[in-house]
Design a protein around this ligand. Structure first.
Ligand code: IMP
Ligand code: MG
Length: 184
C-alpha cells in the first residue's frame, strides 16, 4: 500500500461525511433518552468501531463509562472465517451495568452473538447492541441490533473505521471498494 492512492481504490461513496454525522447524532439522542435513568457502559468492539465510538460518545449527553474489547472474526479477506477469539478483554467488571455494545457492522452476526453470550454470563443488568451498519440479508444467526445507524447493501464497504486487510480505516466516508482491489 505504500505510495498508493487509497481514494482511487473506491468505486463510489456510499455514505458521505455529512450523512454519517447525522446518523450518529440521531443514535446519540435516542440512546441519551433511553438510558437517562440507567448505569450506561459503552463497550466498543475494536478496531472497526473506534471512530464510530469516538463520535457516538460525544453525542450521548448523559453520564456513561466506556470500555473496549478486541476479537478476531475475520482473516485478511472479505468473508467470515467462523473463528472468533478474544484478543483483548474488558478492563472492569460489568456486573449490574447497563451494557451497550458498540459495533461497526453486523454481517453474519456470528461475532456479536459470541461476544453477547460471553458478556451475558458476567451478569450485567442489561445488554443491548448498537451497530452503525447492518447487512440483514447476510445473517446466519438469530441476532438483532437494538440501535441501527443504517442498513447497507450486500457489498464490501470501507472507511470510518471499517477496513479491508487493515487498510482504509482512515477514509472519512463510507465507500464501496472496487472489486479489483480484493481480486488482486
Ligand atoms: P460478522 O461476525 O459476520 O457479523 O462480522 C462482523 C465483522 O466483520 C465486523 O465487525 C467487521 O469487522 C467485518 N465486516 C463485515 N462486513 C464488512 C464490510 O463490508 N466491510 C468491512 N468489514 C466488514
Ligand atoms: Mg474488520
Amino acid at each position: 500500500m505504500i505510495g498508493k492512492d487509497m481514494f482511487n481504490d473506491i468505486d463510489r461513496v456510499l455514505i458521505s461525511e455529512d450523512e454519517l454525522t447525522k446518523i450518529v447524532k440521531d443514535l446519540g439522542a435516542k440512546i441519551s433518552e433511553d438510558y437517562k435513568d440507567k448505569d450506561l457502559l459503552l463497550v466498543s468492539i475494536l478496531k472497526g468501531s473506534v471512530i464510530f465510538m469516538a463520535d457516538l460518545m460525544r453525542e450521548i449527553k448523559i453520564p456513561c463509562n466506556i470500555d473496549f474489547m478486541a476479537v478476531s472474526s475475520y482473516g485478511s479477506g472479505t468473508k467470515s472465517s467462523g473463528v472468533v477469539k478474544i484478543i483483548k478483554d474488558l478492563d472492569a467488571s460489568i456486573e449490574g451495568k447497563d451494557l451497550l455494545i458498540v459495533e461497526d457492522i453486523l454481517d453474519s452476526g456470528r461475532t456479536l452473538n459470541y461476544i453477547r453470550e460471553i458478556l451475558l454470563a458476567r451478569n450485567p443488568k442489561s445488554i443491548k447492541i448498537c451497530t452503525l451498519f447492518d447487512k440483514p440479508e447476510r445473517r446466519e444467526v438469530d441476532l438483532y441490533a437494538d440501535y441501527i445507524g443504517s442498513g447497507v447493501p450486500n457489498e464490501f464497504i470501507v472507511g470510518y473505521g471499517l477496513d479491508y486487510d487493515e487498510f482504509y480505516r482512515n477514509l472519512p466516508y463510507i465507500g464501496v471498494l472496487k472489486s479489483s482491489v480484493y481480486s488482486e
